[in-house]
Design a protein around this ligand. Structure first.
Ligand SMILES: Nc1ncnc2c1ncn2[C@@H]1O[C@H](COP(=O)(O)OP(=O)(O)O)[C@@H](O)[C@H]1O
Ligand SMILES: [Mg+2]
Length: 141
């Protein structure tokens, strides 16, 4: 029973579409509020979702975020097609970013996305190849 999600939503994210940056995390936030989830859990979920969607927008050629709420946890799967991350250890370092100046001028590219996902998720798994990136994050309720 614990392996059947109470709620599951898939969000398609297009590359370079800054007009919707933050939309996925704010939608998920609203849903979790309605469901009466603890504000601390909502905050952590919103942070990791936000960083995932921004990374898909700025670093990939498109992807999706699958959100799942279970009785005991929230699972966020971020999956994209794109160049992937060749050196994950380096990419995980605070402040490391390959974002362009153009992207930085828009206020993104501080190099804190992956470190924050790792910090706020209870479980963080990342797999990447030259075809794309897969991140699975779990937050226990
Ligand atoms: N989905 C992704 N696809 C390709 N590269 C990525 C992806 N996510 C992160 N990266 C690489 O890892 C670096 C660090 O990511 P992050 O900590 O989120 O910082 P930022 O997004 O501000 O650059 C990025 O600059 C990029 O080089
Ligand atoms: Mg980022």
């Amino acid at each position: 029973m614990i392996n059947i999600p109470i709620k599951s939503d898939t969000y398609i994210i297009n590359a370079n579409d800054f007009s919707v940056a933050g939309k996925v995390s704010s939608d998920i936030k609203k849903d979790l509020k309605k469901l009466g989830i603890h504000p601390k859990i909502i905050r952590r979920t919103a942070i990791v979702c936000y960083e995932s969607e921004i990374n898909i927008i700025i670093h990939s050629i498109g992807g999706k975020i699958v959100f799942e709420l279970y009785e005991d946890r929230i699972v966020i799967n971020s999956e994209d097609r794109g160049p992937g991350i060749s050196d994950i250890e380096l990419a995980m370092k605070e402040g490391y970013s390959t974002a362009t100046n153009e992207v930085r001028e828009l206020g993104f590219g501080a190099g804190m996305g992956l470190p924050n996902m790792n910090r706020w998720a209870d479980e963080f798994r990342i797999e990447s190849s030259s075809k794309g990136t897969l991140i699975k994050m779990t937050i226990f309720l």
